[in-house]
Design a protein around this ligand. Structure first.
Ligand code: 13P
Ligand code: SF4
Length: 336
């Protein structure tokens, strides 16, 4: 399938000694480059690819990622790669999605503790109760959820296609789980009634509108771009709202003089490398789960072939239907 949000694949990774040039200090390069060399050798031996989320640190993002993007792009490319082994440089639900769309491939995550506060906020039993309470109302599930929750759902969405997915269902109301703030953002963009769940992202809920107003005072003319997992009063202060890749595309397209990316802080580090004409004002809220993924961990995962991500086949079949329905709808670049 094709979509304007497609990832460009695979990345043309240059010589190892140039990948981190100007990205990390020379003293760190001396430590990181041998690690990258080991990972490259192991990737060839295992016929493996590294899929990296936009929140990975620059050494991973620019050093070893074969494919990189937001959750939707990772789900799309995971369903199409020819590699035998997928190493997910992201959190557990992303690795699970890759496994669900690739039941015959080996999917590895280097640290099983790389979870997500949204995924932990809801269980399959909760979804069954919601369906009993609202019979016949379709369940739209953000991909930041477990395979079991996806299996109970009608369709998945990501932050880059949530409005489009909700509107694709031809229903006056939908159950939207589990991110209350993304749900509220969607509700502000559509006439469809949204029944919310009270989940939230521990990283994005920490931003405040006051903080953003402060940036406007100290940096007149600054562009503020925000992820829709932020609370509504924060989004109201933003010039643009979009998924992680929607935000990256905004910077590449608009080339703002100064920008604040209201999201996990490695994003600014990664994009700054490719946007030399933009100054990044960097609030730093780290995702502790994403930060569990390291170059050392990726090397160990490829050496030991651990930790393999598995999904019960019956759950995977039902979860895949929700993911495939989402992929069939396609996706715009970010939300406005
Ligand atoms: P994206 O789909 O926008 O990459 O978001 C994933 C995520 O976990 C944001 O916190
Ligand atoms: Fe989950 Fe938030 Fe971390 Fe994204 S940033 S993985 S939503 S906890």
């Amino acid at each position: 399938m094709t979509s304007p949000n497609r990832i460009e694949t695979p990345l043309q990774l240059g010589p190892i000694e140039q990948r981190l040039d100007g990205i990390v200090p020379d003293v760190e390069r001396a430590i990181l480059e041998p690690l990258i060399a080991d990972i490259e050798r192991l990737k060839v031996e295992r016929n493996a690819v590294v899929l990296a989320h936009n929140y990975m640190t620059p050494d991973i993002f620019h050093g070893v990622a074969d494919l990189r993007g937001d959750s939707l792009q990772l789900a799309q490319v995971a369903s199409e790669t020819d590699a035998d082994v997928i190493v997910m440089a992201g959190v557990h639900f992303m690795a699970e999605t890759a496994k669900i769309t690739n039941p015959d491939k080996t999917v590895l995550i280097s640290d099983t503790r790389a979870g997500c506060s949204l995924a932990e906020s809801i269980t399959a039993a909760d979804v069954r109760l919601l369906k009993e309470r609202y019979p016949g109302v379709p369940v739209v599930t953000y991909v930041n959820t477990s395979a079991e929750v996806k299996a109970e759902s009608d369709i998945c969405c990501t932050s880059s296609n949530a409005v489009q997915i909700v509107e694709s269902l031809d229903s006056d109301r939908v159950i939207f789980i589990p991110d209350q703030y993304l749900g509220r953002w969607v509700a502000s963009q559509t006439d469809v009634e949204i029944i919310l769940w009270e989940g939230s992202c521990e990283v994005h809920e920490r931003f405040t509108a006051n903080e953003l107003r402060g940036y406007r005072e100290t940096h007149p003319g600054v562009q503020i771009i925000a992820h829709p997992e932020c609370p509504p009063d924060v989004l109201a202060e933003a010039d643009f709202v979009g998924s992680t890749s929607g935000m990256i595309n905004f910077v590449k397209r608009e080339i703002p003089r100064q920008v604040v990316m209201v999201t996990e802080c490695s994003m600014s580090d990664n994009v700054a490398v490719e946007a030399p004409d933009t100054e990044f004002v960097r609030p730093c809220n780290l995702c502790p789960h994403m930060k569990r993924i390291t170059l050392e961990g990726i090397r160990t995962a490829l050496e030991t072939m651990q930790h393999e991500v598995t999904v019960d086949p019956e759950i995977a079949t039902r979860a895949r239907q929700s993911i495939d329905r989402m992929l069939a709808v396609g996706a715009p670049v970010g939300t406005h």
